[in-house]
Design a binder for this molecule. Structure first.
Ligand SMILES: Cc1ncc(COP(=O)(O)O)c(C=O)c1O
Length: 401
């Protein structure tokens, strides 16, 4: 693979707010923010503290509309399709609690769905009398079409909804989502995608992908401050969703539900976004995050993602018996590189040592079935030196020659 030439990656790194003493390889949990965004957030938070009335109830609306239009253009959709949420957990819970599936309906998902979101589905299924069927996706690398077939062939007569992660939080697999969605739509099954890791990691065009619902975080790879996520709802699917927290928008006139209103949203969207008094700062800077993402050509970004994840794979493979489970094929991987932790190695101990003794942040993630992965996130702002630092620290902690 050609290294990502022609771009000054040191300058990119320099434009991110970070502690130079720390090695941050955990964008998969939350990303660092660009310095421009950080400065604006600080300014907005001072305004919030000096006059919370203005910051919560008067001044955010133009910023909201700017954020919504810029993000919609970035994602290949229109602003009236995007509801902002504080995090994807909130977006998914809202959907789970309101989607009008009949009693006995089956929800199909894989064994790689994020643990707490499985809990949200379990509660909703118990409440409504739905069945959840979990299919096992192989962790080894297969041809992309094998993942499509594995999911498509599992759709049964009672399956009403397919709930899937676009990027697996465990192994870092990028699933061939467009083909999966096409097949499910042909069978008349609704598709809800958990795209928590996608914006900022992979190109995403919602008009081309055609999910019914797509939720994602912006505070991971899109580098927004903590507290920014969205839910895309396909036109015509509005009646599948209700706000779980009712507030001042309850009696708004919704006779023209999808036109811009004075609150930087639409009458339909505002019933979800108006939740009472809270800090709205993260949503106000989303347009600035779009600036950062769009300043670097997508092709160069992808080469950089692949270059860094390849370095992680090569430098850690086999250490302490850890085996890389992230596919080699470029179309099946992005910024997450994971290693299956063998029995006898305490991944959580290793993670603690890396932070406490080396100030290196990675993650150890557990799959509900008990498998444990050592997961390294590399964004374009990370460096090959950081990957080398990580490998040296793991080697030292495991007392390897
Ligand atoms: C695939 C996936 N879904 C959902 C979530 C939940 O994200 P949040 O805590 O921001 O709501 C995560 C968090 O890491 C995730 O990886």
């Amino acid at each position: 693979m050609e290294p990502a030439k022609g771009l000054d990656w040191d300058a990119v790194r320099d434009s991110i707010e970070m502690d130079p003493e720390w090695t941050y390889l955990n964008t998969g949990t939350s990303g660092l923010v660009p310095k421009t965004v950080h400065a604006r957030v600080m300014e907005l938070r001072i305004q919030l503290h000096h006059n919370p009335t203005d910051a919560v109830w008067r001044s955010p609306w133009d910023d909201f509309w700017m954020s919504r239009t810029r993000l919609a253009a970035h994602l290949g959709t229109s602003p009236d399709r995007l509801i902002f949420f504080t995090n994807i957990s909130h977006a998914i819970n809202t959907f789970c609690l309101s989607v009008p599936l009949p009693e006995g309906a089956e929800i199909l998902m894989t064994n790689h769905e994020y643990g707490s979101m499985q809990h949200a589905w379990q509660r909703a299924a118990k409440r409504h009398g739905w069945k959840i069927r979990v299919i096992e996706l192989p962790v080894q690398e297969l041809d992309p079409s094998a993942y499509v077939d594995a999911i498509d062939s599992s759709i049964g007569q009672d399956t009403k909804l397919l709930y899937l992660s676009h990027v697996l939080y465990t192994t870092g697999h990028v699933l061939p989502m467009e083909d999966v969605i096409n097949k499910a739509r042909m069978r008349g099954v609704l598709v809800f995608v958990d795209g928590a890791h996608v914006p900022g990691m992979l190109p995403l065009n919602l008009s081309k992908l055609r999910p019914h619902f797509y939720a994602a975080n912006l505070h991971k790879w899109f580098l927004a401050p903590v507290g920014a996520a969205f839910l895309f709802v396909e036109s015509g699917m509005e009646d599948h969703l209700e706000p779980w927290q009712v507030s001042w928008a309850y009696h708004d006139d919704r006779s023209n539900p999808h036109i811009r209103n004075e609150f930087g949203s639409t009458p339909w969207i505002r019933q979800f976004e108006m939740e009472g008094t809270r800090d709205l700062t993260p949503w106000r800077v989303i347009a600035m995050c779009c600036d950062f993402q769009e300043a670097i050509p997508e092709e160069a970004r992808q080469v950089r993602f692949h270059e860094l994840s390849q370095a992680v794979r090569e430098s850690l493979q086999g250490m302490g018996g850890m085996q890389c489970v992230t596919p080699e094929a470029l179309e099946l991987r992005g910024g997450l590189t994971s290693f299956l932790i063998p029995d006898g190695l305490d991944g959580h101990w290793l993670r603690r040592q890396l932070w406490e003794r080396h100030r290196i942040e990675i993650n150890v993630v557990n799959q509900t079935e008990g498998r444990e992965y050592f997961r390294v996130s590399t964004h374009i702002y990370n460096s090959l030196e950081e990957v080398e630092r990580l490998a040296a620290a793991v080697k030292a902690e495991l007392k390897l020659p």
